[in-house]
Design a protein around this ligand. Structure first.
Ligand SMILES: [Zn+2]
Length: 383
């Protein structure tokens, strides 16, 4: 059975705030840092161990032996008091990771809290300055190699630029308010990475970026989020902060291979890499393609968008097929197995069930104008 000190620690777990990990919020922590005085999940405890014992001293609640003074320390602090101290000034644009998030996000969050103490010293928050510049590794457009490119972020201009040659004009100028950044999608072989997606001439362009240093990549990511938030606050002065924070960046809802037919029922199925990015379903030749081959705007169920298992009579069913109906066209898609098909249907249906936000409508309207289409909002490019 447990000795009196372990029982004391188990008792402390019942205090408010101590029932979840102090860093990622996972319920039922099994570890504790006895010098900081907090309870942790296994994943965060592993990161704490990597910081060195001069920062954090970690023990398992049940499997390790506890000294009186260690129990006392946790009694004095606890998760709520530690949060008040180490998360005092987390900027609203900062992405606070959950337990399922990418390891770089979690690691940098923990380093920022306890090693750099960024959230009690805002002068250390490089990402809130409204300006950032430096070199990031960018994948070639037609070439799978990565090259160092100078990037420059400016909140005043609402731009993110990158240069192939610093002395010349920027290679691309993106409007920060119009880009999405997906943090380290699984398909990217690089550890500390993100994918930027933006519209150029009516079609989406993807940039694949990484950096060897996780702090650099997480700082850039949060700097883009901060710039977006400040621009949104100007554009929508009456919106709540929580509402705007929710619009900053969205990791892709789902990605993977599917087979797709052409517009004619007799067309053969072709293997394509599909990416569901908010209301946009894009398909690509390769997972790291620079451009999608086509993009389908996903409207609302009330406007005639829906998904069905299988294909209608006369259209070949390729095993695990499903139909995506849009007002302009029906798409016949096929997954590798039934669970995969169900996951796609579930992900797409969840998007279709949500009414369009003013931002969605604005994007759709702008795309329609750009492509000179007046009758239908559903497809904004298809090649
Ligand atoms: Zn955790």
């Amino acid at each position: 059975m447990f000795d009196s000190n372990t029982k004391g620690v188990l008792e402390l777990l019942k205090r408010p705030g101590n029932d979840m990990c102090a860093d990622c919020g996972l319920k039922g922590p099994e570890w504790a840092s006895y010098n900081i005085g907090i309870f942790l999940c296994g994943r965060c405890a592993g990161i704490h161990r990597g910081l060195g014992t001069h920062i954090s001293k970690v023990k398992h609640i049940r499997l390790d032996k506890w000294e009186d003074s260690q129990v006392q320390r946790i009694r004095e602090v606890g998760n709520l008091a530690a949060k008040a101290k180490f998360e005092r000034r987390v900027p609203p644009c900062y992405r606070i990771p959950t337990n399922e998030d990418h390891i770089s996000l979690l690691q940098e969050w923990i380093c920022a809290k306890y090693v750099r103490e960024e959230f009690s010293r805002p002068d250390r928050q490089a990402y809130v300055a409204g300006h950032m510049e430096g070199f990031l590794m960018k994948r070639g457009k037609e070439d799978p190699r990565y090259y160092p490119r100078k990037f420059m972020l400016s909140e005043a201009d609402d731009t993110l630029k990158y240069y192939v040659d610093e002395k010349k004009e920027p290679k691309a100028i993106m409007k920060v308010s119009e880009i999405n950044v997906s943090f380290s999608p699984d398909k990217m072989e690089k550890k500390n990475s993100f994918q930027i997606s933006f519209l150029k001439d009516g079609t989406t362009r993807h940039l694949y970026i990484y950096h060897d240093d996780p702090q650099t990549i997480v700082n850039w990511y949060n700097a883009i989020r901060c710039t977006k938030l400040h621009r949104l606050q100007i554009a929508y002065p009456t919106a709540s902060q929580a509402e705007l924070v929710n619009l900053l960046t969205k990791d892709f809802v789902h990605e993977g291979w599917l087979w797709k037919t052409g517009p004619k029922p007799t067309d053969a199925y072709k293997k394509r890499w599909f990416t569901l990015d908010q209301r946009k379903l894009m398909y690509h030749e390769e997972p790291l393609s620079a451009h999608p081959k086509g993009e389908i705007f996903l409207g609302n169920t009330m406007e005639g968008y829906s998904t069905r298992i299988g294909t209608p009579a006369g259209v070949r069913d390729q095993g695990f097929s499903f139909t995506l109906r849009t007002p302009g066209r029906w798409y016949y898609l096929s997954a590798e197995h039934s669970q995969d098909r169900d996951r796609w249907i579930q992900a797409i249906s969840a998007v279709l069930d949500v009414p369009l936000s003013p931002q969605d409508c604005a994007i759709a309207a702008r795309l329609v104008r750009k492509r000179g289409v007046t009758s239908s909002l559903n497809i904004f490019s298809s090649r």
